[in-house]
Design a protein around this ligand. Sequence first.
Ligand code: NAD
Ligand code: UDP
Length: 319
Amino acid sequence: MKRVLITGAAGFLGSHLCDRFIKEGYHVIGMDNLITGHLSNIEHLMPLEQFEFHHHDVSKFVHVAGKLDYILHFASPASPIDYLKIPIQTLKVGSLGTHNLLGLALNKGARMLIASTSEVYGDPMVHPQTEEYYGNVNPVGPRGVYDEAKRFQEAMTMAYHTYHKLETRIVRIFNTYGPRMRLNDGRVLPAFIGQALRGEDLTVFGDGSQTRSFCYVDDLVEGIYRLLLSDYAQPVNIGNPDEITISQFAEEIIKLTGTQQKVIYKPLPKDDPMQRQPNIDKAKQILGWEPKISRAEGLKITYDYFKSLPEEKLFDKDH
Ligand code: NAD
Ligand code: UDP
């Protein structure tokens, strides 16, 4: 049986990856320090013999007994309010955490895939963003702690690939959504749906003309699975190119939820990227991948998930 270590396993994306690898017949070792994740995301996996959970901070030395075929490094705060709250841990998990896991991969002869991000492009001057674009990141701005950690993570991973001949994969993930996002993590989709469910006005930052392109989680997981099994070591964008302004997005959520609330405007956070859309030609050519789930379908599934949560979670600032 192939064995895979997934860090950030109790988080949004990590937990969906655990599900997929279990389904594919792997033995899955999930690792997480629960700083932004919740065990509730993986409690359905706990009774399985095929699954084990290690409560551990990967910025400290990582030990796993037995063989490992693959490592997927997804541990990192990912929402702006999370990484602004814990900036040093964010820098550490992207740098020290990545170094620890690369060392483990080398030691075990495992292939390592890292979760990079469209944030490596910063506030992009090239649109849509191709993998060749170097980006426009402010290293000392508030988002620098996340963006630079991820850029360092890519550089370190590529160095292990070049100098140690380690098998590595780099996925640059664009805004992804779906069930198990935290309702109060500050990201725009849970923010808007949470506000609609609580009967609050929807907070659009800036004038709402900034754009994002939202990918449903199952599409992302499929892309990551294919990339891991491919032989391509350069970065690959995975995201849904269907671009929308944040104002239009708020209108879609108002329609979906039937809320009577309106949109209110708040200041745009510093260095908030003005436009973002992945160019996915590489993923199409190399992985034969493209997203299949429309925003309408994905939003409906995600809204049903949030509606099914116990009411106290709606008002729990930590969830
Ligand atoms: P998340 O916050 O839901 O999950 C991250 C998980 O990592 C959490 O369970 C958290 O407890 C864990 N973690 C954080 N620091 C840790 C540490 N030092 N040791 C062990 N565990 C630690 O976020 P997510 O949206 O699932 O993001 C997962 C990964 O994907 C991150 O690396 C993020 O940068 C990347 N990513 C996500 C998106 C997106 O749209 N969701 C976009 C680009 C990149
Ligand atoms: N945003 C917003 N209202 C909110 C939360 C976010 O208008 O309540 C905006 C935010 O300023 C950004 C976009 O939505 O322009 C996406 O924000 P998110 O934090 O989801 O992701 P990121 O900025 O990291 O892409």
